[in-house]
Design a protein around this ligand. Structure first.
Ligand code: PAF
Length: 283
């Protein structure tokens, strides 16, 4: 497994591997079983002769001024072991000063899909995500890229990025990996106290209860479904503070209208300083 941490090396890696299918898994490190599943999916896609590349970079551009950029876990040694154990061929772990020279003056802005859900709570977050992902796509020159569906809005925005900027890359969304009690795996789960950890699975349980009310109970009113989720959280996760819970169209990410085919309910809940997200499709 090659570990590359500068732009000169990634360019020569790409030259040496030209013609070999490359599948990229972009990450910010602090890898857990959810990332391991992405790497395994990439391995499957790349086949025995292809390359699986994993980028590890805590992107300062996607953190707001009062967010957890400085305390975001950095665990490179453990991350490399996860990458190796799950079949990665190359790790790209650049330094911030390499990706973002002090005199840089160009970045990307997303103007529609990022205005709801997490984007509404974290202004500029998805502009930072788009900028770094476009840079990673250019540097790694992958044919495919793999992202988790837990970050539903991120995946939708990156699909738009690929389309709008004509990247010749196929995107693959991979199902959320969960703890046995349903909590979506996240690098931020390690911030939780034992009490918060005990209550955090209520996010998933509330979303499932809403999906069941929609599927089996025939409830079609988005406001009623959202109310059910809020009540469930108040009852089962009193330590949680809801950032948002919204029902949106799966493609536009706008609040649902009657013409919507596929509805997604997405939620973000703070437990102390940890902001946890999850979502469920109504189908
Ligand atoms: O999902 C993440 O880990 C990050 O947002 C990403 C896509 C690696 C960009 O920094």
């Amino acid at each position: 497994m090659n570990v590359i941490n500068n732009i000169r090396q990634i360019r020569s890696w790409h030259t040496i591997n030209r013609g070999t299918r490359c599948v990229l898994v972009p990450t910010m490190g602090a890898l857990h079983e959810g990332h391991a599943a992405l790497i395994r999916a990439a391995r499957e896609l790349a086949g025995p002769n292809g390359n699986v590349a994993v980028s590890i970079f805590v992107n300062p551009l996607q953190f707001g001024p009062n967010e957890d950029f400085t305390k975001y876990p950095r665990t490179l040694v453990e991350d490399l072991a996860v990458c190796r154990d799950n079949g990665a061929d190359m790790i790209f772990a650049p330094k911030a000063e390499d990706l973002y020279p002090a005199d840089r003056s160009i970045q990307l802005f997303e103007t529609s899909l990022s205005k709801t859900l997490c984007g509404a709570s974290r202004p500029g977050h998805f502009d930072g995500v788009c900028t770094v992902v476009a840079k990673l796509f250019n540097l790694v020159q992958c044919d495919d890229a793999v992202f988790g569906k837990k970050d539903y809005q991120q995946l939708a925005i990156i699909r738009q990025l690929v389309r709008d900027l004509d990247f010749n890359i196929v995107l693959h969304g991979i199902d959320t990996v969960r703890e046995p009690d349903g909590l979506a795996m996240s690098s931020r789960n390690r911030y939780l106290t034992p009490e918060e950890r005990a209550q955090a699975p209520a996010i998933r349980a509330a979303l499932v209860a809403a999906r069941d009310a929609w599927k089996n109970g025939g409830e079609r009113d988005p406001a009623a479904l959202l109310q059910l989720i809020k009540q469930h959280l108040q009852q089962h996760a009193p330590l949680g503070r809801i950032d948002y819970v919204d029902a949106v169209d799966a493609n536009t990410l706008q609040p649902v209208s009657s013409s919507t085919e596929l509805v997604v309910i997405a939620a973000a809940v703070f437990f102390g300083g940890a902001r946890l997200i999850d979502n469920i499709e109504l189908k």
